[in-house]
Every structure is written in C-alpha cells, then in structure tokens.
Design a protein around this ligand. Structure first.
Ligand code: NAD
Length: 432
C-alpha cells in the first residue's frame, strides 16, 4: 500500500503560486486506497515516450492520459498503448485539462525545454509528482521558479538525468571520492555530435494538419512554422533550447560536478562560442563552443563541436578528471583510469546499461514512500541547467561573468537580460 499524500495546503500558498487558471480542487485531491499509480504523459514523441514506457514496465502503474499538441503523434501513441497494454488512455491537446484530472498521481514532462517550467509548476500546483526531462528549464529564472514550486507543494520530483542512477557512474564517483587520483585540478567535459549542425535554412511552411502550433510555441515568441524549428531540432534555437551544452551538457556537467562534489555555482565563468563550423546552418546555437568555470581549487571546462563525432580518448562525448596520479575518463559505456607512470593500476569499469530503468524505479519508489531525495532532485537538475545557461550567457556577452545566485544578478548588466524569458501573453511567468 502506498503512503497517502498530504494534500493539505494553505489557500494563500495556492493562490500565490498560481500560474494558470486551474481549479483549486485539482490541487486538493485524495489518493484512492489502492496499490495502483496512475500516470500521464505530456509530450509524447520521443524521450517522454521512452520514460513512460519505462514507467509502465512496473505493473502497478497504469497510463490514464496522454497529451500532445500534434494529433498524429497523440493518437498513434494512444493506439500503441492500446495494442501493448490492452487499454486506451484519454487524450488531450491542452495539458491544463489533463492536470485537472484528480485520478492522476504522476506526470511525465517530455516537452521541449521552453515548456518545462510552466507545465512543471502547474503540475506541482495540481498535486502531481513529476518526472521532468532535462534540462529542467531554458533559463536561470525558470530553474528557480521550479525549485520553489516543488518545495512549496511538497512534490516528489525526478529529473531525467538518468546517469545519476547508472551503476558505473556511481562507482566512478566512489572512486573519485577515495582520493586515489590525487589532487584533481581540471575536469574536462565535451560533446561532439553531428545532429547539432544544421543545413542552411528552409522557408517557413503551413502548419502541418493536426498540429496546434500556438500551443507548441506556448510562452515563446510568435513566429511562422518551420520544420527546422519544430520536432527534435528545436534544440538548436534559443527560444526553445540552448544547443549541445543544454542538451548533452547537463548530463555530462552533472557527472563532472557530482564527481567533484560541487553543489554550488562557480566563482566565475568565461566562454566563447559561435557558428564557426557551419556558418550557413539554420541553427542559432553555438556549433563550436568553449566554457571555463572557475572554482577555488579546480577548473571545469566544457567544449562542444557540432557536426563532429570524434573526441579525446576515442570518445565523441565524455567527462575527464585529471589528477596528479592519473586521469579518469568516462562516458555512458565505461570509465577508465590512465595512470601517471605507475602511480595507479589501470582500471576499466563497464556500464550495465540499466541506468534508465533504475532511474525510473528509484522515482516510483520515492513516490510510494514519499521520499523527496530522488536520485536526481529538482535542485540537482536546476544546478546543471544553470551551469549550461551560464556558459551560453557568458559566450553571448563575451565577458567573464560572476553570477550571484542569491540576488539573481550578474556582475555585468548586459548579461542580466538573459536570466528570464519574456513570456508571450496570455502565458505568465510563474509567481513565487
Ligand atoms: N534524458 C535523456 O537522455 C533525454 C534524451 C532526449 C531528450 N530529452 C529531453 O526530453 C525533452 C523532449 O525532447 P524530445 O527529443 O522528446 O523532443 P521532441 O520534439 O521529439 O518531442 C517533444 C514532444 O512534445 C510535444 N509538445 C510540444 N509542446 C507541447 C505542449 N504544450 N503540450 C503537449 N505536448 C507538447 C511535441 O509535439 C512533441 O511530441 C527535452 O527536454 C529533451 O532535452 C532527454
């Protein structure tokens, strides 16, 4: 039997946190005394669908509702569930209607990054527990709003940085904490992926049938439909994503920060980036980029190259810890230690490829036991998303930046304008 949720909240708290016109009753539901957890998915095309399928491996969970702004995707996913599990979930084009459902316990948010904050805060208000994809948001201010909402409404949250549940990464962190590498002065993180380089722009075209494009844009600026800025490739456009550093970067920077036990923002950040490799490409985000984060006693570096699929130690992406006794190099497949002379034994530890299943199992377990300390909390996710944003902002303003997380300001005024996106009416930035 699952523990009952505590849905008691003050009316003022609910009003103050209100972002969308959801009825207050949605936030005051009681969980039925059964072992079944009811799940719903918002954003069904790719990763959200993968997350939902992972969740449904757990027999006690049923998918009651799907939401997507593309009817083709929505209906085909509903049909797939029907074929696999023998029941058809209800389908929605507006996530607010889905969140009104009192029987839904758990919501997966698999939409593009510019939507995460609003949908997450509204789901918190509605009393749902949430598996939200990474990066948690597309701006620093949105990260803060999400951390605040999860705390205020006592939600259980797992961020989709599944490497935190990877056995070999957990063992890597244990190895690093053992001190065997000696002093570590540099952590290098890189991601070189072909998909981040785009062909030259194509003209806007009519909105495909069955797509509610206004709802896809949501709080982002009004614009014509262009298939390059839509499904999947929205990542390379500032209004919806942040390029490789917010896409792969949050996963890999997370490993660098976790390995170094760094839980706060850096002292300084300096960055350069541009469309150097594919200047004619449709993408707006940096296809070549370097970021240096300075700490009291080490340097964290990020590097990405779009259109390139090779990299250090034969890995096109990875994280490297350079200690005086040896260098540890890791990716999702394995981690290895390359000793300095004979100071350490050579080691290679391989993945068991179970990180996604473990991450989901950890989330469901935390939901059932009301344990807020999931493998990747909203605070963990927020920290990494902020690192990624800091890199992009420093490169945009071409300045070395100091960010004060308490006041929410940079040492350079021109950088402050990137902290919080202007939401397009009628969408309103969540109030704390
Ligand atoms: N954890 C991982 O390893 C991993 C891997 C891939 C993607 N992701 C993350 O998952 C998220 C989704 O990425 P993707 O590759 O699946 O993108 P996608 O473009 O393939 O899918 C997004 C889906 O959301 C739908 N959508 C957009 N706005 C919506 C709205 N307002 N309401 C309902 N549905 C809406 C789209 O129609 C589409 O079906 C991103 O945040 C991405 O960073 C994580």
């Amino acid at each position: 039997m699952f523990d009952r949720r505590n849905f008691i909240r003050s009316a003022t708290a609910i009003a103050a946190g209100m972002t969308m016109p959801l009825p207050v009753t949605a936030a005051s539901r009681k969980v039925a005394p059964s072992d079944t957890l009811n799940a719903a998915l918002i954003g069904c095309r790719n990763m959200g669908w993968g997350d939902l399928n992972g969740i449904l491996q757990h027999k006690e969970v049923k998918c009651r509702a799907l939401c997507d702004v593309d009817k083709k995707i929505l209906n085909s996913r509903a049909e797939e569930l029907n074929k696999t599990y023998g029941y058809r979930p209800d389908v929605y084009g507006d996530y607010r209607q889905l969140l009104e459902r009192k029987d839904i316990d758990v919501v997966v948010i698999g939409t593009p990054d510019h939507w995460h904050c609003l949908q997450f805060v509204d789901a918190c208000r509605a009393g749902k527990d949430i598996y939200v994809e990474k990066p948690v948001a597309n701006s620093i201010a949105e990260c803060d709003a999400m951390v605040a909402a999860a705390g205020k409404y006592n939600r259980i949250v797992q961020v989709g940085q599944q490497q935190r549940s990877s056995r070999h990464f957990i063992e890597m962190v244990e190895y690093l904490r053992s001190g065997k590498l000696g002093k570590i002065g540099r952590v290098h993180v890189w991601a070189n992926f072909g998909y981040a380089a785009m062909n030259p722009p194509i003209p806007d075209s009519p909105v495909p049938e069955g797509v509610d494009f206004d709802m896809w844009l949501g709080p982002a600026p009004q614009t014509g439909f262009n298939s390059y800025r839509f499904h999947g490739s929205w990542r390379m456009f500032w209004n919806y994503g942040g390029g490789l550093i917010t896409d792969w970067g949050v996963h890999l920077l997370d490993m660098g920060l976790w390995g170094m036990d760094a839980t706060t923002l850096p002292l300084k950040v300096a960055a350069t980036g541009g469309k150097y490799l594919f200047p004619d490409g449709a993408h707006e985000t940096f296809d070549a980029m370097s970021v240096t984060y300075q700490f009291e006693n080490f340097i964290l570096e990020w590097e990405n190259n779009a259109g390139v699929e090779t990299g250090p130690y034969g890995k096109n992406y990875g994280v490297l810890f350079r200690g005086v006794n040896g260098t540890l190099v890791a990716d999702r497949e394995d981690w290895s230690v390359y000793p300095e002379k004979d100071k350490l034994p050579e080691i290679t530890v391989k993945t068991d490829h179970r990180e996604h299943q473990s991450h989901i199992a950890n989330f469901l377990q935390c939901v059932k036991t009301r344990n807020p300390n999931t493998a990747c909390t909203i605070e963990n996710g927020s920290l990494c998303a902020k690192y990624a944003q800091l890199g992009n902002i420093a490169a945009k303003v071409s300045e070395t930046l100091v960010y004060d997380d308490k006041s929410g300001t940079f040492n350079r005024r021109e950088a402050d304008r990137y902290l919080r996106p202007a939401y397009r009416s009628p969408w309103k930035f969540p109030q704390r």
